[in-house]
Design a protein around this ligand. Sequence first.
Ligand code: BES
Ligand code: MN
Ligand code: ZN
Length: 513
Amino acid sequence: MKEIMDVKLGTRTADLREYKADMLAVGLYCDAKGLDKLTKGLDRKLKGAIDRLIRLGDFKGKDGTGAVVYGNAKIGAKRVLLVGLGEKKKVTLDTIRKASAYAAKQSVEMKAKTLGLALHSAFGARFDPAAMGQACAEGTCFGSYRYDEFVTGNGNGRLGSLKVELIDSYTARTKELKKGVLKGAIVGKAQNYARTIANRPANVIYPATLAAEAKKLARGSSTLKCTVFDERQMIEKGMGGVLAVGSGSEHRPKFIVLKHTPAGKTGRTEAKIALVGKAITFDSGGISLKPAPNMEEMKFDKSGGIAVLATMKAVAELGLPIGVYGIIPSAENVPSGTSYRPGDIITTYSGKTVEVQNTDAEGRMILCDGLSYAVRQKCETVIDVATLTGACLVALGRYMAGLMGNDDKLIKQLQKASQQSGEKVWHLPSGEEYAKEMKSKIADLKNIGSRWGGACTAAAFLRQFIGDAKWAHLDIAGVDVFQKPTEFSAEGSTGFGVRLLTTYLANLAAAKD
Ligand code: BES
Ligand code: MN
Ligand code: ZN
């Protein structure tokens, strides 16, 4: 796939005052007393232009804000972008990531070809330079992204590429930054890859084309293998959940399996971890049809599966020394004469039977087969990602994903990865009380609970398919898309989950080494 925005990331040891670029970004706190040493050096050359702008009150250093000062040939850069970092004591790695995203977004909007980032210097020794380099690279990728693949002609006239360099005056620190930049570029680009596939509409991405994309990804990698089960193979295996949901569409369902096996040392590297992602390429609700308003957003119902696809890309490119499965059941949920119906009883891949009470609760019907597949591959840890319930959106809003699970350690590991990656999660329950609601009188389970706690009952349903494995579930309904542009991002798919899952796996790999 041609990248929608080609971001070239690097590092350079240079004097800020002499560095040549269309844009040079420096960070400032809202509660700082005066300029720091580096910015002061720049400002001296600029004859106090930065200081005057701040005194005028045109820039206060609040996060998500910025101001441009022109270089006027007094320094190497054509423009200096002051980027607000907010309060000094509230700073996290995500502050750097967001500031980088803001700088990249402004640069693309102003059609800058080159951007120098000196944002990390405001953070001094608070973070490890490699971690800062990674956050800067991830943020830059995130902020420069926009989706205009199907806009013909010159579109909005934006440039197709952006060259970005992290600048530091010490060679030793530049080296450390570079280590992080290399990783951050892989993760950031994988996330943008996810955003592009997720942004594509349902007439372009349906189970077969999604499977072709997974195959293509595996072809380009020496550690990834891709197997796709078609309908006939799913019938043989008895994957009744995926088959039922996919039964109404001309676009037949697919069961996509990616496997990352790192080079060398087998045994230890045999895949014991599985990521399972919901890939409903369009969710109309099926026979239990959704109302028309905003139904177009249901093209994003494949976001969980795509987060898994893109995480596998990142895992392979990072060369993580752990085996990982990426399992992506995919179907289109539409009504027709062949669709599954409310009242149907479906035998799932696990052998458990499910009474369908609402065909719009389709995510759990395909995920349960995905979870069973992971269990049959003897995976010890299984994490699923899905735009599963509107109830999760009601509970948490668009700021964080719901996190459920059956293992405290796994929950903690994911919470830690969440803090590092800036993709927020909130732990919700999914135990006995909720499981009780999912019992059917005429089958083992039914696919909906009562009106209340819908995110928790959905998770409790999934929990029935996991056996003794350690399991976590991420309900990403709501965080998978920005309905409007933000200070840090274009609208559309967010690629949520790619940074979180990659960070979790990288942490795990580092602990094993
Ligand atoms: N894909 C939807 C959930 C969703 C809703 C995602 C809004 C993003 C935004 C899911 O398949 C669904 O329809 N869930 C139903 C479940 C209900 C029938 C128990 C829901 O949340 O209404
Ligand atoms: Mn649905
Ligand atoms: Zn759905």
